[in-house]
Design a protein around this ligand. Structure first.
Ligand SMILES: [Zn+2]
Ligand SMILES: [Zn+2]
Length: 399
């Protein structure tokens, strides 16, 4: 399954181009990086918003210089919107930064969090950029510009123990690479993520050492604290346990689906259709990670009988990211059956996004791991990636 935002539709791309040109024009005619902060929901933040605006106008150009050879290619302006009821201190979507008024009322000195969000505005990475690099580079920018505090500074510890954990630890690793191999390394790394040409091989090409060797070297520095090793080991063990238990569930569900198919001469519309005749214990339909943490990843496909169950790719749900917004369009089942015609029985029947990489049960009962976009594993000279997307399979949108 592809994420909604992993492949913008053609019209969206056209809008993006228009917006980008508009941004350039606006940038040319205005001095500041930040448009008037929006405090309509939080008038009490007026004084802080003024301070934030000064900081943005002063720091954002530095961020652009740090991140690109040609800063003009990055977004030149952005919006700052203050909100009540936002759990995260800061959130960035496109070129809009949302700040929590509660957080900044309590932590008015945490300007580093705002610098982190401004780095996100400048990033605008291609789809599929790993989240740990996105968050690691945002902190790398923040720390390189001097915005550390008592708890947020470049280091690996129990909280973020590995370069794949993101944030402090990933930034510490990147700062080590830069200090050892030169300043342009991370800028080029950032460019690769932006252009979608990134892979871990980048590090070997840029430094002559593979990422595992660099990581081993980094662990000898003071930024790698002793608590990190134990925490990472514990995380890895738990991840393996989760994966094993999840695999057991998926294989059990596969058996139940086959039995259902035998009786009904059709695939179930939902996993809840299997209950209770084919699956008595509904815990089998829920990933152990969900059972432990409550976390789910259904991408808008919600089983009407049982919420929080696995993502069943052949469900009766409309394609939630379909061109027409889902209502009159084809169902996931119609879509996936067509994909199966193209790539064969390796097409995922059930996916669990709560593991890294994603765990898949294929149509023919095989368990395999894949990136978020499994389709890339099935393309060849005959089947191209585009052939597997809804707008190619249903060119009229079927609506
Ligand atoms: Zn972030
Ligand atoms: Zn799982």
């Amino acid at each position: 399954m592809k994420l909604k935002n992993s492949r913008p539709s053609r019209s969206w791309r056209r809008i993006a181009v228009i917006l980008f040109v508009a941004t350039l024009l606006a940038g040319a005619s205005r001095a500041g990086s930040l448009r008037e902060p929006d405090i309509s929901e939080t008038p009490e933040m007026a004084a802080f918003a003024k301070e934030a605006r000064q900081l943005c106008d002063e720091v954002y150009p530095k961020i652009l210089n740090l991140m690109a050879e040609d800063p003009a290619k990055l977004p030149q302006q952005f919006d700052l919107i203050f909100r009540h009821d936002q759990a995260e201190p800061g959130l960035t979507a496109g070129t809009k930064i949302y700040l929590s008024s509660d957080w900044f009322t309590k932590h008015p000195n945490d300007l580093g969090a705002l610098v982190h969000e401004m780095a996100h505005v400048a990033q605008q990475y291609a789809p599929g950029a790993p989240g740990h690099w996105t968050e690691g580079i945002a902190d790398y920018v923040r720390y390189t510009l001097g915005y550390t505090n008592g708890w947020s500074y470049p280091h690996c510890s129990a909280e973020f123990p590995h370069y794949t954990s993101g944030y402090w630890c990933t930034s510490a690793f990147l700062m080590y690479v830069e200090a050892t191999y030169g300043t342009k390394v991370i800028r080029r790394f950032n460019e690769a993520l932006r252009q979608g040409s990134y892979s871990d091989a980048f590090f070997a090409q840029a430094t002559g050492k593979g990422i595992d060797t660099l990581w081993a070297d980094f662990q000898k520095t003071a930024a790698y604290q002793p608590s990190a090793a134990a925490a990472f080991k514990a995380q890895a063990l738990r991840a393996q346990k989760d994966k094993d238990a999840c695999t057991g569930h998926l294989l059990e569900i596969e058996k139940a689906i086959r039995a259902y198919e035998k009786d009904n001469h059709a695939l179930p519309n939902w996993l809840s259709d299997l209950v209770p005749k084919y699956i008595a214990d509904t815990n089998v339909l829920v990933c152990p990670v969900t059972q432990r943490t409550g976390k789910t990843a259904n991408f808008g496909i919600v089983d009407p009988g049982l919420p929080n169950v696995y993502l069943y790719e052949f469900s009766a749900s409309k394609i939630p990211w379909g061109a027409d917004g889902g209502d009159g369009g084809p169902t996931m089942k119609e879509y996936k059956l067509r994909q199966k015609e193209l790539v064969g029985v390796g097409v995922p029947l059930i996916r669990c996004h709560l593991h890294e990489p994603v765990l898949n049960l294929s149509f023919n009962g095989r368990i395999y791991e894949s990136p978020l976009g499994w389709e890339g594993m099935f393309t060849n000279a005959v089947v191209h990636l585009e052939d597997l997307y809804p707008n190619r399979i249903f060119p009229q949108g079927k609506d």
